[in-house]
Design a binder for this molecule. Structure first.
Ligand code: FE2
Length: 187
């Protein structure tokens, strides 16, 4: 996980946490904050662009996850502030913090979007798990927040995958290494 440089730390942090640990945790949280802001925007984009059979079910399945991701972004931003950092929530922050490309699918079928979204969640969940591992050594309170978020995000990925799975447990997008390849495999 790329860790952005976070300046503007206050002269105090949470009791019992060293300034060095707070600075490192804050940097990890800023990258995850930008990832969550990118995720809820991407989810709305999918909500607006799905077409075809099963439109309404998936269109409506996505909105609660948008609200969840927005709430999680708020939690991480406020954790950054609690630790003495200055959370960055602008479009430019997303752009400079992220190490992945913009979501690449426009108007497309439900199955194509869900296959691509599965890859989005692969990357997101893996990075949140990396965040758990790294913050676990520095600040178990932040680790606990990330653990709770990851559990719910993994559950939503199961919702996504359930649309892509056959009766023998195979995913239609298995092995796809890009969003476009995943969408092609599912269309
Ligand atoms: Fe809507």
């Amino acid at each position: 996980m790329r860790v952005p440089n976070v300046g503007d730390m206050t002269s105090f942090t949470a009791p019992g946490l060293s300034t060095e640990a707070a600075t490192e945790v804050t940097a990890i949280l800023q990258e995850r904050l930008s990832a969550l802001n990118d995720l809820h925007l991407t989810l709305k984009h999918v909500h607006w662009n799905v077409v075809g059979p099963n439109f309404i079910g998936v269109h409506e399945m996505i909105d609660p996850q948008v609200e969840l991701a927005r709430g999680y972004a708020d939690t991480l931003a406020e954790r950054i502030a609690t630790l003495g950092g200055s959370p960055k929530g602008t479009a430019n922050a997303i752009e400079s913090d992220r190490s992945w490309a913009d979501y690449s699918i426009g108007r497309d079928t439900v199955q194509a979007h869900l296959a691509a979204l599965d890859l989005v969640y692969d990357g997101f969940v893996k990075s949140h798990r990396d965040g758990i591992a790294r913050t676990g050594e520095l600040d178990p309170i932040t680790e606990d927040i990330l653990i709770g978020q990851t559990a719910e995000l993994e559950k939503f990925q199961w919702f996504v995958r359930a649309h892509l799975e056959n009766s023998t447990g195979q995913l239609v997008n298995a092995g796809a290494d890009s969003e476009k390849a995943a969408a092609d495999s599912a269309r």
